[in-house]
Design a protein around this ligand. Structure first.
Ligand SMILES: Cc1cc2nc3c(=O)[nH]c(=O)nc-3n(C[C@H](O)[C@H](O)[C@H](O)COP(=O)(O)OP(=O)(O)OC[C@H]3O[C@@H](n4cnc5c(N)ncnc54)[C@H](O)[C@@H]3O)c2cc1C
Length: 367
């Protein structure tokens, strides 16, 4: 097998998928590493239940066409069934569909369900090391994502012992009741009572933003931490009627099967909420490969494993032909946008830049 490619894509999330499809459609010879079960488990793509902040990503687009076909064929029972069904669209489905389309329709791309272990610069560009061997390319796109910090909650486990873990909240995260992204999911809290879980000025900022958008009832639960809000933030939060509670969360209240009802705090107070928005910052930015090739990271004051990878408007890092896209990347002149459409846009910018350089080099050889 020829192990030399035009580009190597690392990461089987949304950003990697967008890069893989674009490169195949450009006719570039690429290899795409999806990662494995462990890297997938910690990837943000897995958490998304239903995308509804991107125009076009909506069940009605296809449903309307299917219903037209069924109504024309007088398939009334089937039409009724389709009309009453709710079809969610999430990242996992989009990624799986991209993999299937690429395997079926494009021969330019090789897809490997394994992790990348390391990346180093080589004579021809980069050498990428995986469990199945070494692969070479003039360009690399790293799309390995980030992990959010999770709130730790102490609750009795099945054997009645107290256990401190974020796992108590996972069922709610999987059902879009515990939220992580105000721009993606904030609108779900309209007309509902919501708790922002966090203690930093970002948590205060998110609470203010929610109120300014939806004028709903908001709590900030600092879960045992001292609130770290500015004086101005404290004044505004007071005006907005935001209640700040600093006691530890001891129990999550829910209705069966899984419907968040609220939190019991140390001391016995109950805060009834329908949604909670986690605002604890980043647990980890998967920037390992950027570091290995010597690319510059953002935010020098932060611990190295929490620093985003600095990119320019093409998604290129400070190392030529090493690109970073998706949640792990950040431009110096823009706030960070951890969104599906941002991941897609930068993936396409990066792939097209690599394609431009490849085609220019080909022309240059002829002149
Ligand atoms: C709960 C939740 C809800 C969200 N809802 C929305 C929404 O409604 N709309 C929206 O626009 N955005 C939403 N987002 C944000 C969106 O999910 C992210 O912006 C997007 O998933 C980022 O994609 P990514 O490809 O950068 O990273 P990830 O999705 O984290 O993917 C990273 C990939 O890299 C792989 N990987 C990691 N290490 C390696 C390695 N060493 N080798 C090979 N592969 C590796 C992993 O297996 C994974 O496939 C939400 C996020 C969360 C957490």
């Amino acid at each position: 097998m020829n192990k030399h490619f035009d580009l190597i894509i690392i990461g089987g999330g949304i950003a990697g998928s967008a890069a893989a499809l674009r490169s195949a459609q450009n006719g570039q010879r690429a290899i795409w590493f999806l990662g494995d079960k462990n890297t997938r488990k910690r990837s943000r793509s897995q958490w998304v239940k239903n995308l509804d902040n991107i125009i076009g990503f909506h069940e009605d687009v296809i449903k309307t066409q299917v219903l037209k076909t069924l109504n024309k064929a007088k398939e009334n029972r089937a039409a009724e069934l389709i009309a009453s069904e709710h079809y969610e669209i999430n990242n996992r489905m989009i990624i799986q569909n991209t993999i299937e389309r690429l395997q079926r329709d494009y021969r330019e791309i090789e897809i490997r369900g394994e992790i990348v272990i390391s990346v180093e610069k080589s004579d021809s560009g980069f050498r990428v090391h995986s469990p199945s061997g070494d692969y070479f390319a003039a360009a690399v796109i790293s799309a390995t994502g980030v992990m959010d910090e999770q709130p730790a909650i102490t609750q009795p486990n099945r054997s009645g012992e107290l256990e401190t873990s974020p796992k108590w909240l996972y069922p709610f995260a999987n059902r879009e009741q515990l939220l992580y992204c105000i721009r993606c999911e904030g609108h779900l809290t309209r007309d509902e009572v919501v708790a922002v879980i966090g203690h930093s000025s970002t948590a205060a900022e998110l609470a203010m933003m929610l109120f300014e958008r939806y004028e709903n009832k908001i709590y900030i639960l600092t879960n045992g931490r001292k609130p770290d809000f500015t004086r101005d933030q404290q004044t505004i939060l007071k005006h907005y009627g935001v209640n700040v509670k600093s006691a530890k969360i001891t129990t999550i209240q829910s209705e069966r099967p899984v419907k968040l009802q609220g939190f019991v705090l140390e001391g016995g107070e109950t805060v009834e909420v329908r949604f909670a928005l986690v605002s604890l910052g980043i647990h980890r930015v998967y920037n390992d490969f950027a570091r290995q090739v010597g690319a510059e990271l953002m935010d020098p004051e932060m611990p190295v494993d929490k620093r985003h990878i600095l990119i320019d408007r093409k998604g290129e890092t400070t190392v030529k032909n090493f690109f970073a896209v998706g949640d792990a990347a950040k431009r110096a002149d823009e706030p960070i946008m951890k969104q599906v459409y941002t991941a897609m846009e930068y993936a396409v910018r990066a792939v097209d830049t690599i394609d431009n350089r490849r085609r220019k080099a080909r022309r240059a050889k002829l002149l």
